[in-house]
Design a protein around this ligand. Structure first.
Ligand SMILES: O=C(O)CNC(=O)[C@H](CS)NC(=O)CCC(=O)C(=O)O
Length: 269
């Protein structure tokens, strides 16, 4: 199984964002022949006002972005892990939702971000995601032709208990679509991704936003990467709009888990 992580720069023009995603999928499919592609958090819309974001939010399955990603899955015969899209919720809020399509374009998973980013970052930018987003409650995994894939989004990365639960549910690959900030990302992103991969002995596939959003006000860190179950980075998008790919080797994962069976050695939980 081969996965490509597609690093984007999303702005406040939904049609242009969908076009950027489609173009990256086409190029990555041509170059890498992946079985699965993953897109970043809120790849359909970033910036704007609360009103314009709500206008760009969708109901599924009739939303424009939903249908475009479903069509890409079907057209190329690949799994599309559509990082996240704003899904309309009650009370003038949305869910921050991943939808996954299989090779036929059938929806196989839907995950709503559990941990919301209400944080003052060191650079002085304040984020209050819970003001506009409703949090999800369910832990989600899906089967990708014999490989179990777990869903997380961005700030979820800081909560290892979620990753432990996904691993306990059988996850061999854990996805992390994100819009990680430059301020936090430069010091924490790779450390956290590699730690989650090492402690769960899974492939961690991270897919971020790069450059600025919201009229230059919000820089994201990029460095979408794939980390293997030993904690080694095996692919990195660096700091550009583009993609990186890696092969998921379940034999290697089993070897790592077999020689160091940490899942069987927990005594405090
Ligand atoms: O709101 C949008 O437009 C897209 N979503 C985001 O940017 C989200 C919520 S504000 N960002 C994060 O979760 C960053 C986490 C992070 O950077 C960290 O944990 O350090």
């Amino acid at each position: 199984m081969k996965i490509a992580t597609l690093q984007m720069n999303t702005q406040d023009d939904k049609a242009a964002n969908i076009a950027q995603a489609v173009s990256l999928i086409e190029t990555a499919v041509e170059a890498e022949r992946p079985d699965l592609v993953v897109l970043p958090e809120t790849f359909t819309y970033m910036g704007g006002t609360h009103e314009s974001r709500m206008a760009a939010a969708e109901t599924f399955p009739d939303g424009e972005a939903y249908r475009a990603m479903q069509e890409q899955a079907r057209k190329h015969g690949i799994f599309v892990h559509a990082g996240s899209m704003n899904e309309r919720a009650d009370g003038n809020k949305s869910f921050n939702t991943t939808v996954v399509f299989d090779r036929s374009g059938t929806e196989v998973a839907r995950y709503r971000k559990i941990h919301l980013f209400d944080v003052d970052t060191p650079g002085g930018l304040t984020y209050l995601e819970s003001e506009t987003v409703k949090r999800g409650e369910d832990i989600v995994t899906y089967d990708c032709e014999g490989v179990t894939v777990g869903c997380t989004i961005c700030y979820d990365l800081r909560f290892p208990e979620l990753y432990a639960k996904l691993a306990a549910a059988g996850a061999q690959v854990i996805m992390v679509p994100a819009a990680f900030t430059l301020q936090t990302g430069k010091d924490h992103w790779e450390v956290l991704l590699r730690a989650r991969a090492i402690e769960t002995q899974t492939y961690v596939v991270a897919c971020g936003q790069i450059f600025t959003h919201d009229n230059g006000k919000r820089p994201c860190y990029g460095h979408s990467m794939i980390v293997d179950p030993w904690g080694t980075k095996v692919a990195d998008c660096s700091d550009q709009v583009g993609f990186a790919a890696a092969r998921i080797d379940i034999g290697y994962l089993e070897k790592v888990r077999g020689s160091m069976p940490v899942a069987k050695h927990h005594v405090l939980v």
